[in-house]
Design a protein around this ligand. Structure first.
Ligand SMILES: Cc1cc2nc3c(=O)[nH]c(=O)nc-3n(C[C@H](O)[C@H](O)[C@H](O)COP(=O)(O)O)c2cc1C
Length: 142
């Protein structure tokens, strides 16, 4: 049994709902999870995990939230090579460009991304929650 780290930033709770559902999916496999809002997480946390999920909604103009998530992601780019990584987040009026950019950035670190990134429009509905649970299970099995 392994433990998986899930770190997220969420302004209005949409990405947080995704994070909770991803944790539910992990738990269904029998693995454990540690769920942290990014303000409680540090680069040191990342070092000891082989499987990590990172979540952030699309902010600014198709970028990561800049005060907390962006510096956190920057601080771990040298630490995730070879680790299994799931990216996720909620978006609004865009087309997911922030996630495509984030995927490319993390792919360039040598991390093993398990998907192109799970995106949900605004508040996840039942289908969105199911996708998050499946992604959590896929991360645990990766
Ligand atoms: C300041 C701000 C900037 C945003 N920028 C974008 C954007 O560039 N593209 C987009 O698709 N949605 C954008 N949104 C919409 C959010 O991504 C969307 O409402 C999302 O569901 C918020 O998720 P959260 O509650 O996890 O933060 C923005 C919202 C805010 C408040």
């Amino acid at each position: 049994m392994k433990e998986i780290l899930v770190v997220y930033w969420s302004g209005t709770g949409n990405t947080e709902k995704m994070a909770n559902a991803i944790c539910d999916g992990i738990a269904k496999t029998g693995d454990k999870f540690v769920l942290k809002s990014v303000d409680d997480a540090s680069a040191d946390d990342v070092k000891s995990y082989s499987h990590i999920a990172l979540g952030c909604s699309s902010m600014g103009a198709e970028v990561l939230e800049e005060a907390e998530m962006e510096p956190f992601v920057e601080s771990i780019t040298g630490l995730v090579s070879g680790k299994k990584l799931l990216l996720f987040g909620s978006y609004g009026w865009g087309d997911g460009q922030w996630m495509r950019d984030w995927y490319e950035r993390m792919d360039a670190t040598g991390a093993q991304l398990i998907s192109e990134g799970l995106i949900v429009n605004e508040t996840p509905d039942a289908d969105g929650i199911a996708l998050c649970e499946e992604a959590g299970q896929a991360l645990a099995k990766a």
